[in-house]
Design a protein around this ligand. Sequence first.
Ligand code: PRP
Ligand code: ZN
Length: 292
Amino acid sequence: MSRLRVAIQKSGRLSEKSLDVLKRCGLSFARSKDKLFWYGRDFPVDVLLVRDDDIPRMLLDGVCELGIVGENIAREVMLERESESQLNCLRKLGFGHCRLSIAVPENRDIAGIEALEGTRIATSYPALTRNLMMQQGISTSIVELSGSVEIAPGLGTADAISDLVSTGTTLRANHLRELDVLFESQAALYGRVNDISDEKKVLLDRLLARLEGVMQAAESKYVMLHAPREALEKITELLPGVEHPSVMPLEGSDRIAIHAVCGEAVFWEHLEALKAAGASAILVLPVEKMLA
Ligand code: PRP
Ligand code: ZN
């Protein structure tokens, strides 16, 4: 029987959440001794634990069919290989948000990235940086570094850097100032899915349907409340992301019960507005699974 392989980051910012999303899709694994290959028990999907930077290349080389990796890394490799079409972004996963930004020394008076024309930029993302700077009509010379990019300006090996920023702590610690954002990134499921067998395609579609449900469930809340019948329309409007709630009579009362799955976040402000519109006994519950 066919199996799929999904590569995830072995240790780092994306590891835990990558594994978590697979588990929420109903996958469980028998962990091998060397811990680099986990066999999928209930669903024929195995996991490879690797360096995140290796994931796009492993997909392109056919080592695995799926991989969870930052969009920044996937784009870099696709540009490097000029093979944009072979890797498909199947689903953005809503975690691992960061941005590829140009940063300069705090004490340098630089107004915008246009002023970097002809300067040297240190980065671990040479293809992406060159490409995005060129799109803005700025040509620079790229100093490619595999790590510790943030120390390059201090060492005098570059005038600016192009690096990932998430909290900004690394930049501040190195007296660098974020000048401009080149690229917004998050973790996504990528696949090399054009040339896989029909059997694998069936498996992939099942996994993607579950993933879609997991992602939607994570964003959704189940809301239950009581309200006067005449407030139904107003209350439906106030429930975030709801068009057709379930409406039930309440035994021995002229009030009704309204149940709905809210497709968007539910905040205290929403509950206060519902209460003001006549709702009572408002309950907000997490949604564990969803299948459209
Ligand atoms: C990135 C980047 C910075 C740091 C920025 O590295 O290279 O070092 O994160 O984060 P901050 O704004 O929260 O300080 P990453 O975690 O991707 O590690 P890697 O390059 O080794 O994969
Ligand atoms: Zn990395």
